[in-house]
Ligand binder design. Sequence first.
Ligand SMILES: NC(=O)c1ccc[n+]([C@@H]2O[C@H](COP(=O)([O-])OP(=O)(O)OC[C@H]3O[C@@H](n4cnc5c(N)ncnc54)[C@H](O)[C@@H]3O)[C@@H](O)[C@H]2O)c1
Length: 364
Amino acid sequence: MSLENPLRLVLVGAGSMGRAWRDTIEAAPGVELVGIADIHEPTAQAAADALGRPVPVGTDAVALASATGARAVVDATVPEAHHPVTTAALFAGLDVLGEKPVAETVAQALSLAAASEATGRLFMVSQSRRWNPQLFALRAMAEDLGSIGTLTTEFFRAPRFGGFRDEMAHPLLVDMAIHAFDSARFLLGAEPVSAYCEAYNPPWSWYAGAAAAVATFEMEGGIRYAYTGSWCSPGAETSWNGVWRVSGEKGSARWDGDHDPVLDADGPGVARPGSPYEGIEGALLVFTDALRTGDPPMGEVHENVLSLAMVEAAVRSADTGERVRLDDVLAAAHAEALRTETHPDVRDALASWPSVREVLTAAG
Ligand SMILES: NC(=O)c1ccc[n+]([C@@H]2O[C@H](COP(=O)([O-])OP(=O)(O)OC[C@H]3O[C@@H](n4cnc5c(N)ncnc54)[C@H](O)[C@@H]3O)[C@@H](O)[C@H]2O)c1
């Protein structure tokens, strides 16, 4: 695929993550930030002013892209805006790199996957914690452990955010645990089968909703992934990536989330090349490479949806007390997407899927 150089980008959503994206795009080779949009125009203007060069601003990413000749959009809006903003961009012929989560619900995520199919545009989700060279190294170690029995993550921190997280029903599961769930899928190369989760709020918590959770997932091949986490846990805090253990037939591998992982196994591990990518800079590089080569990147919307489905399954299990099958989450989301879809091309694409799981995992 031919691609102009530099790739002209519009950033939409100029909040705290949007400003991180602004600086990342500005510093990256091969891309040019040509406009900043935010539903609150003064926010876009303030983000543009900090660049020290004139950059057009507006409230609508598609209009701004058309006025500036942009070819792609970086969507760093709030989760509830991901579906409308990204759908409009895809139908305007723009490729999209979007912040996690892919959308607010799995039904909306399926609609976005179908919109990408209907338009032939790339929609990649930037799940920034997956682009971590230490996680890639842990994955390489896991490959040396033979069959895997158990994967665990402990995440214990005590941030005082203020704002929307303090009011959410499931702040830990919905806003944070998706990073760990996504990394677990990547580490194991295995998809989720079912979830059982208890979510609760310790008596001293400063959050209104469930700031702590214990979730167990059955993954393909019978592997169990156990996640324990709390966002109101002062003392001995873990890294933001959490603390990981992979327990396999031939040994174990551990990672504290901040330093190189450690292998404790029979025989020497096989050295493998590390990852050249890191964080949102890495996601941006992968996105532009994918546009140049036409090859689907890791994080392409279909591949990402099951990470959000793990969140939705865990929340449903916590709310009902039942073990939840991922296929039931996908089936309910697909039915809802078909019921609520307003775009005929997207509805046709959704209706053509023989099996949601097969469509989501076909590229993996
Ligand atoms: N990868 C990470 O580690 C990480 C960290 C923090 C946030 N995030 C994600 O980044 C996204 C943004 O989070 P944030 O903390 O920057 O939020 P934020 O509230 O600081 O900023 C969001 C911005 O989007 C704008 N906006 C809302 N609806 C819009 C619309 N329809 N069109 C244009 N602009 C719109 C708002 O005005 C606001 O300026 C979220 O999806 C969040 O989950 C990711």
